[in-house]
Design a protein around this ligand. Structure first.
Ligand code: FES
Length: 148
């Protein structure tokens, strides 16, 4: 069997429990620092917590909707309605753009951790609370925001 050296010699392929155990013991320190490609999103909804992975740079509102959560987005993702608002419970949602900042400045009763999910591009793991759902509010969610 061919082998490779990762600080210690390990087999390139494992065919027995023993060679597999040696392989993973040797390779584990090398791969443990490798960053995951897809951030983890945890969304608190009216129906419980939904956990999923989402691609970096995807709009948060679309990632939430694509997991079957009926989040409202009544203005189609144009930072006008604020129905797509989420509470950021943990994680980095990125900087707020001018559109979002100006729109949220009009709302005086929102907590500081409330953001517009249509304006957030996913950059890291996030835990959020989805504030408005179509099934709870009894209304149509609105036009799907563009993924531009
Ligand atoms: S502000 Fe309307 S969908 Fe985000």
């Amino acid at each position: 069997m061919r082998s490779v050296t990762y600080g210690t010699e390990v087999p390139l392929a494992c065919s027995t429990q023993d060679t597999c155990a040696k392989f993973y013991a040797a390779i584990k320190p090398k791969i443990s620092g490798v960053k995951r490609q897809m951030p983890n999103i945890e969304a608190e909804t009216a129906n419980g917590i939904v956990a999923f992975e989402a691609p970096k740079n995807k709009k948060l509102v679309l990632a939430i909707e694509d997991e079957g959560i009926d989040i409202l987005h009544r203005c189609g993702g144009n930072a006008r309605c604020t129905t797509c608002r989420v509470e950021i419970l943990s994680g980095d949602p990125g900087d707020m753009g001018e559109l979002e900042r100006n729109r949220l400045a009009i709302e005086t009763d929102l907590a500081a951790n409330v953001r517009l999910s249509c304006q957030i591009r996913i950059i890291d793991d996030l835990k959020v609370h989805v504030i408005n759902q179509a099934s709870v509010r009894g209304m149509d969610p609105g036009p799907r925001p563009l993924d531009d």
